[in-house]
Design a protein around this ligand. Structure first.
Ligand code: ATP
Length: 375
């Protein structure tokens, strides 16, 4: 059976600094493809986002969504602008439409600090954090979005009720994903331990969530499994985050804890992410379009580089193409090399390096062979 090694990548640069970080990311991906070989990336640029909405009246054209659905992976910059809204006041966020349309149930938010880069925690063990938070992204408290029920008069309600939904199917696929990720991480020297983060002592839905977690954990006896209440987790993410491996949690808790994770990395420009479903996946930095720094060359592209590395890893794993996975590792290592000696300090982290300097440091690490990973 022949293996597909040519991957179609739908690229959505989007708005604001999304466009500024996407250009160097594509340049780096082309360099990796050329140096490592064994796989090919075919980029197809798509237009969507707030600026596109202003120009055309549509935030995400149907044809672009259809092509994204046919692509092997989707790479996104940032979308939305605080001042540009739909008539009902909602922000323009086509990435949320993609999450729904493609059932991207696993929001993967790695928390990795780069030794050498400025870091908010003083403890030396926090200089090389490496754990992953997985946020359920199709149900939980967000499933009630748009269905708030009010009591009392419409012009001055006396109460508002929202619902949280946990399904067996949604929870099982999430936990299976978490254990598979933990198994892959263990191959790379991590403990292979999944922690379910919930509030099972107070809310029935979380008690159910935890029961399903225990059932799935029993199918993976070779991996560690534990529980933690969300409040304790928030404390421990600051107090001793080096003890975590894989954390898995509900949508809203994950939304909040992943920003705490980005804070541990020093800033939004350092935090990568992936939204992964059964067949589709979107890779994008955690940050937004950052209108306050747009056009000044100050956007930190590190988060987008690391998201692109996650894309290469995912494509290699999905399609059985080790060279593609290796390219992801090389990109990861190139970022680590760029920061290692402490001289590269992005403006966002209190230094002076802008997009061009960070890009050059990462490209040099790839071109010089310093980031090489054995085949
Ligand atoms: P959204 O709601 O669209 O996710 P947000 O309100 O969280 O966006 P961001 O656009 O992520 O806001 O920006 C938050 C702050 O972080 C801003 O001050 C912005 O300049 C800064 N910031 C975000 N991303 C980067 C980056 N890549 N490089 C430098 N600074 C950044």
């Amino acid at each position: 059976m022949s293996v597909n090694t040519a991957f179609r990548i739908a690229v959505f640069p989007g708005d604001g600094i999304g466009r500024e970080v996407m250009t160097p990311t594509i340049e780096i991906l082309r360099l990796l493809q050329q140096r490592i070989g064994g796989f090919e990336l075919r980029f197809q640029e798509e237009q969507a986002g707030a600026a596109h909405y202003v120009r055309t009246g549509t935030a995400l054209p149907d044809e672009a969504m259809a092509r994204a659905g046919q692509a092997d992976a989707i790479l996104l910059g940032a979308m939305g602008m605080p001042d540009i809204r739909y008539p009902d006041g909602r922000e323009i966020a086509p990435q949320l439409d993609m999450r729904e349309q493609f059932e991207l149930f696993a929001g993967v938010r790695p928390v990795r600090t780069q030794p050498g880069a400025p870091n908010p925690l003083a403890d030396p063990r926090a200089q090389a954090l490496d754990f992953v938070l997985i946020r359920e992204s199709t149900e939980g408290l967000f499933a009630g979005r748009g269905h708030t029920r009010y009591d009392g008069p419409a012009d001055r309600p006396t109460a508002a009720h929202d619902t949280m939904t946990m399904t067996r199917k949604g929870s099982e696929r999430l936990f299976e994903f978490a254990f598979r990720l933990a198994a892959r991480r263990r191959e790379r020297g991590h403990p292979g331990e999944v922690t379910c983060v919930d509030k099972a002592n107070v809310i029935g839905g979380f008690y159910f969530f935890r029961q399903v977690f225990d059932e799935v954990a029993a199918r993976h006896p070779g991996l560690g499994a534990g529980h933690m209440y969300v409040d304790a987790c928030a404390l421990n993410m600051v107090r001793r985050p080096w003890e975590f491996d894989v954390l898995v949690t509900e949508n809203m808790f994950g939304d909040i804890l992943s920003d705490l994770g980005a804070g541990l990395m020093g800033g939004m420009g350092m935090a990568p992410s992936a939204d992964i479903g059964e067949r589709h996946a979107v890779f994008q930095p955690c940050h937004g379009s950052a209108p306050d720094i747009v056009g000044r060359g100050l956007a930190n592209p590190t988060a987008t580089f690391l998201s692109a590395a996650m894309m290469l890893d995912w494509l290699g794993d999905q399609h059985g193409v080790p060279d593609c996975g290796r390219a992801g590792l090389v990109l990861d290592r190139a970022v680590a090399c760029a920061y290692a000696d402490g001289s590269l300090k992005p403006a966002e982290l209190g230094g002076t390096a802008g997009t061009a300097e960070v890009t050059k440091a990462v490209m040099d690490a790839i071109s010089s062979g310093r980031a090489e990973v054995a085949a």
